[in-house]
Design a protein around this ligand. Structure first.
Ligand code: HGY
Ligand code: MN
Ligand code: MN
Length: 412
């Protein structure tokens, strides 16, 4: 099929989304349900309407933009990603998959393609954990990995509930209606920047993802005793920051001691109170991210971290409150969808390599709902979650063309 992408429109769409940030540059901050997120969503809805897609939004703000096929009773073929961004992040994480899916649909329409299966763009709400502590809210809820009760129990670091945020954003449909039955889609494909260095290092434009990492998140509150920095002598102290510092180092050594080179662990949040130079930190809050591409070494690291917390807090007479927010199984991508991507790569003479994803994505949860796979494109230096995250237009166009032809293959 003679299909051509409108690179000008894609560049304009990527720039338009990037312009919506909660913070001045460099980088982009776009927290779910914030003003920038809502403006970016409005922009995307307009582009989808222009493409003649039928729009639906659920109670969390997951957006479904459907191009009806000739046999609408068949399960749709879907593609999409997220547009929320962690603080001071890049312009491509997630957005490439959303704009890529939109342009793939527009290009297929321009080429006169008529799908039998409907083709649907999905914008997932809150893939990033920044606001509510746990990532992939939208795809977890769609797949049933988070129940309506669990969703109602979520709140941000100031104590403001998900319910309050979503209703202010005008997403008021019942959370009970979010979950989709297994088989709702014939296939789901997500295009995403690799967020790693391999494709660039190997000079390969396409990664075909076979598995997606198993993420886990711990939330830890430490309570010692604050006091006057001059008046309280060292042996009398219960310093929450020092306990947290030992724990952060224990997190690092737990990852290094599983024997798996794929285990990673990060203390990404470390806040102390009262935060005065002349007051002993009496309280500390840590958020810890632990992953591996297999669940066993990831769980081994979690167990090591738990026992380290217990012994460090015991020795330092610190109380602690530890919550495991999530410990998800890894996902295997579906062979039929992988094969469709590979065949299309060969049709397009696109070099490719099989990969695992160390980052998690909405595909991690879509994989429990329908046959799912991912297409990676290179990003410069493997850098992501940083203002200097960069994907070349050439690679974005190659990934989008591959997606368009694969969607055609799967929806014909
Ligand atoms: O953290 C992740 O893996 C994803 O970028 N949210
Ligand atoms: Mn991300
Ligand atoms: Mn992402």
């Amino acid at each position: 099929m003679n299909l051509s992408l409108d690179s000008g429109a894609m560049v304009a769409d990527l720039a338009a989304i990037a312009a919506h940030s909660d913070t001045p540059g460099p980088g982009v901050t776009r927290l779910v349900y914030g003003a920038a997120d809502l403006r970016a969503r409005a922009y995307l809805r307009e582009r989808c309407r222009e493409a003649g897609l039928e729009l639906r939004e659920d109670g969390l703000g997951n957006l479904f933009a459907r191009w009806h096929g000739s046999e609408p009773e068949l399960p749709a073929v879907a593609s999409g990603s997220h547009i929320d961004a962690i603080p001071h992040a890049g312009r491509f994480d997630g957005v490439v998959g959303v704009i890529g899916a939109l342009e793939a649909i527009r290009a297929l329409q321009r080429a006169g393609f008529r799908p039998r299966h409907s083709i649907e763009l999905i914008l997932f709400t809150s893939e990033e954990p920044t606001r509510f502590g746990i990532g992939c809210l939208g795809s977890r809820a769609l797949s049933g990995a988070l129940s309506p009760e669990q969703l109602r129990g979520l709140h941000d670091s100031e104590g403001r509930s998900l319910e309050s945020w979503r209703s202010e954003a005008q997403f008021v449909a019942p959370l009970e209606e979010v979950r989709l039955p297994v088989g709702s889609y014939a296939a789901f494909i997500e295009v995403h920047i690799e967020q790693g260095p391999l494709l660039e290092a190997e000079l390969v434009p396409i990664g075909v993802v076979r598995a997606i990492a198993a993420p886990a998140t711990l939330q830890l509150r430490l309570t010692g005793q604050t006091g006057h920095a001059g008046a309280v002598l060292m042996p009398e102290r219960r310093d929450a920051l020092l306990a947290g510092a030992e724990i952060a180092l224990a997190v690092e050594s737990a990852a290094l001691s599983t024997g798996s080179p794929h285990t990673v662990a990060t203390t990404g949040i470390f806040q102390i109170e009262p935060g005065a130079v002349n007051a002993i930190p009496g309280r500390a809050t840590l958020a810890i991210d632990v992953r591996d591409i297999a669940a066993a070494p990831r769980d081994q690291a979690l167990a090591t971290i738990r026992s380290a917390i217990e012994s460090i807090c015991g020795r330092r007479h610190i109380e602690y409150d530890l919550h495991l927010l999530n410990a998800d199984p890894p996902a295997s991508c579906h062979p039929d969808v992988i094969e469709a991507i590979i065949k299309t790569c060969d049709d397009l003479s696109l070099p490719r390599m099989m990969m695992v994803s160390r980052a998690y994505h909405d595909s991690l949860f879509m994989a429990s709902l329908c046959p799912t796979a991912m297409i990676f494109i290179p990003c410069r230096g493997g850098v992501s979650h940083r203002p200097d995250e960069e994907a070349s237009l050439e690679h974005i166009l190659q990934g989008t063309a591959l997606l368009a032809h694969t969607l055609a293959r799967l929806s014909a």
